[in-house]
Design a protein around this ligand. Structure first.
Ligand SMILES: N[C@@H](CCC(=O)N[C@@H](CS)C(=O)NCC(=O)O)C(=O)O
Length: 360
């Protein structure tokens, strides 16, 4: 793992490092991995390799968080729910930690802790960085194994294969991987993280530069989706999961709270059709809690929304309208390769009906 913990500040806007007036995300993670054959891995990092094993780990993922939302979607698409249980902190956290305030007695029922911080401290006493979600926690020791979110979902696909459901899609098709990595990298720097650069800019100049970059990328992806049903072509891949969690938050949060306001997502024909197509696909929209999302951003970021007032809107009914994307061909799951839609959401993991139009 990265051990240079000293220089990072921790605030209610997530882990960050200041450089001038720009927002820099802290991407130093606990970088252990959970893999199918730990003994076959060897590298010159300090990383530990843990074995995949059903029931050994708990995924801690707040529904509010876009990075955690990715893990919940991939877990659903691959049918990993019985192998990897999920703990869900409430939508807000204080400067110390996410809390399990939605659970009975305010404790995660499996880990028995009130704060996610306890799992970080079980791994590294006095861990000084952000107590972030998503995190994979070893249930027996109660210690965080990894919080490296892009690696977590990649490993769900590639290392947890023995536990995938029948009909699980291949979210990383080998023949697309090279292009997919380039697309995902661009989407990460320009869009997923681009909205944060707008929202947390510390000067007019930094904000305007971030806004310009974001909208250049939004226009690029709008055009890319004019002829492709999904980012990589005819079927869903991990690249779609990664873009979706930003798009689903766009009009509810980023448009206003982060000042990404050139236009709402719902006014971009291809992106809006694409986002609705995914939202209505099992495994995507059914993981989304709009109320948690709004409460998280508008309450936690006190510096940019000091009143803590959470907007009532926007009207969410549009998410269920016809998207017309079938006209481009393709299908969410590659039937020729035997892929099917995931099963119904488990009763214990259903989003509250008032928080998502799919459930009302
Ligand atoms: N460090 C990662 C983790 C993902 C992350 O930032 N999660 C946020 C929620 S969206 C979080 O847990 N923030 C809490 C904190 O930093 O205290 C990143 O920023 O790239």
């Amino acid at each position: 793992m990265s051990t240079s913990h000293e220089t990072t500040k921790h605030s209610t806007r997530g882990t960050y490092v200041r450089s001038g007036k720009e927002y820099d995300r802290d991407t130093n993670y606990i970088e252990d991995r959970i893999v199918a054959s730990p003994t076959t891995f060897s590298d010159d990092t300090e990383r530990n390799y843990w074995p995949v094993e059903a029931g050994k780990y708990r995924l801690v993922a707040a529904r509010a968080c876009p990075w955690a939302n990715r893990t919940l979607i991939v877990r659903r698409l691959l049918g990993l729910e019985s192998a990897i249980s999920a703990g869900m902190p409430g939508p807000t956290h204080d400067t110390r930690s996410w809390t399990f305030d939605l659970d009975e007695d305010g404790k995660d029922p499996v880990l028995g802790v009130e704060r996610l911080q306890e799992a970080y401290f079980a791994r590294f006493p006095n861990y000084p960085r952000g107590i972030t979600v998503p995190a994979m926690v070893d249930i027996e020791s109660g210690a965080v194994v990894t919080n490296n979110f892009p690696q977590i979902t990649e490993d769900f696909s590639k290392e947890w294969k023995d536990f995938h459901r029948e009909g699980a899609p291949d979210l990383w098709p080998a023949e697309l991987e090279e292009e997919m990595n380039a697309v995902m990298k661009h989407i990460y720097t320009e869009i997923n993280n681009g909205v944060y650069h707008c929202g947390f800019a510390g000067s007019q100049e930094a904000y305007e530069a971030a806004y310009e970059r974001l909208w250049t990328a939004m226009d690029w992806v709008e055009e890319r989706l004019a002829t492709r049903r999904y980012l990589m072509g005819d079927h869903i891949t991990e690249a779609d999961v990664r873009l979706f969690t930003t798009l689903v938050r766009f009009d509810a949060v980023y448009y206003s709270h982060f000042k990404c306001s050139r236009q709402p997502l719902s006014s971009m024909p291809n992106l809006w059709g694409y986002a609705r197509d995914l939202f209505q696909t099992p495994g995507f929209g059914d993981t989304v809690d709009f109320q948690h999302i709004k409460e998280h951003y508008f309450i936690v970021h006190e510096d940019i929304n000091p009143t803590g007032i959470v907007p009532v809107g926007p009207d969410l009914s549009g998410w269920l309208t016809e998207h017309g994307r079938e006209a481009l061909g393709g299908s969410p799951f590659n039937a020729d390769a035997g892929a099917t839609a995931p099963n119904e959401v488990r009763a214990s993991e259903r989003v509250e009906a008032e928080h998502n139009p799919l459930y009302t």
